[in-house]
Write a protein that binds this ligand. Structure first.
Ligand code: ARG
Length: 460
């Protein structure tokens, strides 16, 4: 094997344990394609600046294409002695094309190289995640418009509060994801600057053209400060934070689905293919997919804390610590993509059980607020109306009778303002239909909100 890339200064070979301990090739080879794209852009810029000849550029481009083919066909000779993806590729290039390969690293360092690779990798990952997010949102919005008038209980404190519609609930989930999408796009925009040219930390003595490499790699502009360029990992933290929120949202949805599919709730059905059975209890159908998504939230939260902690003590500029950014980041990407995929596949097949939901919506005097509002419309101040209805509910509890099932004369014993038209406001359908304003749960509003949400997706 040829000597290491820094052999000149050293009197002995790296300890073999230290070699394994400091190597990152086992995990950073995931960025090989981005590394090659970055190298091609850098070589073209060097040629345009007359630092490389046209022939040298040609042989570097051809050589890197061969390297990419070898990687694609799993014939690339990855080696831990070459430490990381960058040196593996450079060494292989030189083995393939000779001296021109040795010139590629002119005016560049692995420090600006790795910062560029991660940004390129993460940019693609964000686009893939955004696509899955959009697919999930499409499913939720579709479910919402199909169930704009499906009444279900709304909860506060997990106690029945007021009736809502299933569509409204689905659109509440969609709002969380809408914010997640916008957070990802914010992160993408801030990250989309090119560190190439910062070199090790101070820039380079060669007449480089940073605008050219930035444009070639479809960054919006070069980064402004060479020290910051090689040491900044804010974008990785921001991405992981955005991911932790995505998982937090999926976890909350999971919790509701787990609750709703239980025999005690029976609010919705999940298709068998998203569930598993029990090895001992023949009756079981367990909601493994939402449970596992809820569980995986922990690892993404952990990655966020890992990256924040990784950065907090680092002096400028590059430190080897930064090599530790990749495994949390990659696992974060994989986890978020898998969880979104699971949800996007599953959500269109969630089937609400309308009759169960309607009965559950009635339980617990869910239209009590509607009766109070009714009395207010008849002229009673709200606090007095609250008191009147409280007494009616207490009576209902004693008699085990819902407000809607009380006789008119019983209701009138609590307030003379109550008339026969009261029964319209005491139904769950009347209750949701009455909340007919922007952001309210009325079926008419849910239909409009679903249509607007669908339009927002189309505009992406
Ligand atoms: N493998 C390194 C990383 O992941 C690449 C940059 C190393 N630079 C250095 N001077 N050791 O961060």
């Amino acid at each position: 094997d040829s000597p290491s890339l820094w052999g000149g200064r050293f009197n002995e070979a790296t300890d073999s344990f230290v070699q394994r301990f400091t190597a990152s090739v086992s995990f950073d080879q995931r960025m090989a394609e981005q590394d090659i794209r970055g190298s091609v852009a850098h070589a073209r810029m060097l040629a345009a600046a007359d630092i490389l000849s046209a022939d040298e550029l040609k042989s570097i481009e051809d050589g890197l294409a061969t390297v990419q083919n070898e990687i694609n066909s799993s014939t690339f000779p990855w080696s831990v002695e070459r430490e990381d993806v960058h040196m593996n590729i450079e060494a292989r290039l030189t083995a393939l094309i000779g001296d021109a390969g040795k010139k590629l690293h002119t005016g560049r360092s692995r420090n600006d190289q790795v910062a560029t690779d991660i940004r390129l990798y993460l940019r693609d990952a964000i686009d893939a995640i955004a696509a899955e997010l959009t697919r999930l949102q499409q499913g939720l919005i579709e479910l919402a418009s199909n169930h704009a008038a499906t009444v279900m209980p709304g909860f506060t404190h997990l106690q029945g509060a007021q009736p809502v519609t299933f569509g409204h609930h689905m659109l509440a989930w969609n709002e969380m994801l809408e914010r997640d999408y916008s957070r990802l796009m914010d992160c993408r925009a801030r990250m989309n600057q090119c560190p190439l040219g910062a070199a090790a930390l101070a820039g380079t003595t060669f007449p480089i053209n940073r605008e050219q490499t930035a444009a070639e790699l479809e960054f919006t502009q070069p980064t402004r400060n060479s020290l910051d360029s090689v040491s900044d990992r804010d974008f990785a933290i921001e991405f992981t934070a955005a991911s932790a929120l995505i998982l937090t949202h999926l976890s909350r949805m999971s919790e509701e689905l787990v609750l709703w599919t239980s025999a005690q709730f029976q609010f919705v059905d999940l298709p068998d293919r998203f569930c598993t059975g029990s090895s001992i209890m023949p009756q079981k159908k367990n909601p493994d997919v939402p449970e596992l998504v809820r569980g995986k939230t922990g690892r993404v939260n952990g990655h966020l804390v890992a990256l924040l902690t990784l950065m907090k003590g680092q002096p400028l500029a590059y430190n080897k610590d930064n090599q530790e950014d990749k495994e949390p980041l990659f696992d974060c990407i994989d986890t978020v993509l898998d969880c979104l995929r699971a949800f996007a596949d599953m959500v269109p097949h969630v089937t609400p059980r309308k009759e169960v939901l309607r009965e559950a919506a009635k339980a617990g005097f869910a239209t009590a607020t509607d009766l109070a509002d009714y009395l207010v419309r008849k002229g009673l101040p709200f606090r007095d109306a609250h008191e009147v209805v409280g007494k009616a509910v207490a009576e209902g509890v004693r008699q085990e009778l819902d407000l809607a099932d009380m006789s008119l004369s019983t209701l009138q014993s609590f307030s003379a303002l109550i008339e026969a038209d009261v029964f319209e406001v005491l139904t769950v359908e009347g209750s949701v239909a009455a909340r007919d304003h922007l952001g309210g749960t009325a079926p008419a509003q849910v239909r409009v909100a679903a249509a607007n949400a669908a339009k927002a997706l189309e505009a992406r």
